[in-house]
Design a protein around this ligand. Structure first.
Ligand SMILES: [Zn+2]
Length: 172
């Protein structure tokens, strides 16, 4: 994961931004996938990516546990039926992190294939960096194939060094 995985105006992708998708969990019609333009948001996102590197990538023990959970999750329950470790997911150049301005519903983020969108609500929190990192970890689990019908995505926070932002038993 690096700056190329973040949707900013310089990013050149075959999928054109912005686009909208219905929310597969709540049914809300307008989940938005836009480019980041606000430098405060981009700074928070960069700090969140660094936090994930510190807590997961650079911690051998956490990385091993996280990889193992991703392999179980993607192999047994994932929609891709293809085994994916966390590190493979983290390094996937297809992942694109986008911005969802002013959502009206209860959702904080959404994933569509390898496109993740993070809501503006997250960036307004006082603990925005930690919350953004935890939310990203949840959404990355979906890109690896975690079903929205189980607690697998949220459970990955426990195995991947973000137990402090985990909401136990949260489905979706
Ligand atoms: Zn989810």
């Amino acid at each position: 994961m690096n700056f190329l995985n973040v949707a900013v105006p310089a990013n050149n992708r075959s999928t054109q931004l912005p686009f909208k998708r219905p929310n597969s969990v709540t049914g809300e019609p307008d989940v938005q996938f836009q480019m980041f333009t606000n430098t405060d948001h981009i700074a928070i996102l960069m700090a969140a990516l660094l936090k994930i590197e510190e807590r997961v990538i650079k911690d051998e023990k956490v990385l091993r546990r996280c990889n193992a959970w991703y392999e179980i999750m993607s192999r047994d329950r994932g929609r891709h039926k293809k085994m994916l470790s966390f590190i493979k997911t983290w390094q996937d150049p297809a992942t694109l992190i986008t911005f969802w301005p002013e959502p009206t519903g209860s959702s904080h983020a959404m994933t569509s294939g390898t496109f993740i969108t993070l809501s503006e609500k997250i960036f307004k929190r006082t603990d925005a960096v930690l919350w953004t990192a935890g939310t990203l970890m949840h959404e990355l689990a979906h890109t690896a194939g975690a079903s929205a019908q189980t607690t697998d995505a949220e459970d990955s926070l426990e195995f991947c060094g973000f137990d402090d932002v985990r909401t136990k038993g949260l489905p979706g």
